[in-house]
Design a protein around this ligand. Structure first.
Ligand code: K2U
Ligand code: ZN
Length: 173
């Protein structure tokens, strides 16, 4: 297991549409381990593979409250199969857009289907933080960031801020 460097805005990798995972291999299992270690270290409650630079459709999540009761979830090729009409607003952050938080409105409850690392297809329903997180992570797999739900003014401001920071550090455009 290793902690991997995070891809940070404005890196254009974050806009890639990630490729489906054809099968569960040792390489995929190693990637899932690295994602979980990186997520817990950040710390975060979710992480998409593209956030460590690997454009495959896999996310990790753990919304448990304490280290003692960790409940890691690894979702391969996840998809939302139903979303409630009712919406919920949550102040979101993103490990790829550090120290920037804004309110985002999303469906309050979702049903999602995925393959687990044992190759089984699972469908489950979520509300609360897990519902927000799974929608945030699946957005990452489609190259969508939570800033895309904000006004153009706010989005332009955060892009300018991170472009300036990247320029100072000599980062990727
Ligand atoms: O994908 C990511 O960047 C990790 C996100 C996941 C997330 C975003 C918004 C709302 C829920 C989950 C976060 O950076 S993880 C950090 C965090 C921790 C607790 C609550 C919200 C965000
Ligand atoms: Zn994110």
């Amino acid at each position: 297991m290793s902690i991997r460097p995070l891809v940070i805005l404005p890196d254009s990798k974050l806009r890639l549409v990630s490729e489906p995972v054809p099968s569960i291999t040792d390489e995929i299992r190693k990637l899932a381990d690295d994602m979980l270690e990186t997520m817990y270290d950040a710390p975060g409650v979710g992480l998409a593979a593209i956030q460590i630079g690997v454009p495959v459709r896999m996310v990790t999540m753990d919304v448990s409250k304490t280290e003692a009761e960790r409940q890691p979830l690894v979702l391969v090729n996840p998809e939302i199969t139903w979303a409630s009409e009712e919406k919920r607003t949550y102040e979101e952050g993103c490990l790829s857009i550090p120290e920037y938080y804004e309110e985002v409105e999303r469906p309050d409850r979702v049903r999602f289907r995925y393959m687990n690392l044992q190759g089984e297809t699972v469908e489950q329903e979520a509300d609360g933080l897990l519902a927000t997180c799974v929608q945030h992570e699946i957005d990452h797999l489609n190259g969508v960031l939570f800033i895309d739900y904000l006004s153009k003014l706010k989005r332009d401001r955060v892009m300018t801020k991170f472009k300036k920071a990247a320029k100072r550090e000599g980062g990727h455009p």
